[in-house]
Design a protein around this ligand. Sequence first.
Ligand SMILES: Cc1cc2nc3c(=O)[nH]c(=O)nc-3n(C[C@H](O)[C@H](O)[C@H](O)COP(=O)(O)O)c2cc1C
Length: 174
Amino acid sequence: MPEKTIETILRRHSGREFTGGEIPDEHMNLLMECLRWSPSAGNVQPWFFYVVKSRGAKRALAEAAFHQDFIGDAAVVFVVCAEPEAAAAVYGERGRSLYCLQDTAAAVENLILAATALGYGSCWIGAFNEGMARKALEIPRHLRPVAIVPVGPGEPISRFPGRKNASEVFEVVE
Ligand SMILES: Cc1cc2nc3c(=O)[nH]c(=O)nc-3n(C[C@H](O)[C@H](O)[C@H](O)COP(=O)(O)O)c2cc1C
């Protein structure tokens, strides 16, 4: 239902306080399906997703993210990777430097909206050392980790950062 989608988009905020507890398989499957069905330029799907449940690997990712330690408390941590050469094979430089990043950003947004709709906390993490993240998961060279997304049961969100006024960010051209 469109109303519910819009409600989810407007309700979503970053959650950084995970309370522990599992995500049932049924919800894990939904989160993974929402990633898999994300849009991509030419449907090339230049991505790969790590689904990290290991406590040690989650901690290593938190360390890679300059000790954003709440990452380690999430039930699951997704690491969204781009495959630039897959996009470049079809679209050349624009695929390599732009589309693969847009495609993976769309996937992250799908993931965090799905997590919100299912009642979980989530946070898009872009500040991390790529080399350390690679090492934590032995990510091969052809993949570039572009986002870390912890997801799980969390405290109700208490920070609601505002946005620029509409007048600052829209120009209606008629
Ligand atoms: C590309 C990108 C990178 C981000 N990196 C981080 C991060 O490293 N750590 C963090 O706590 N939040 C991170 N965020 C979340 C933003 O801080 C957050 O979306 C913004 O402040 C708006 O708040 P809201 O998500 O609660 O609406 C990132 C968001 C995006 C889109």
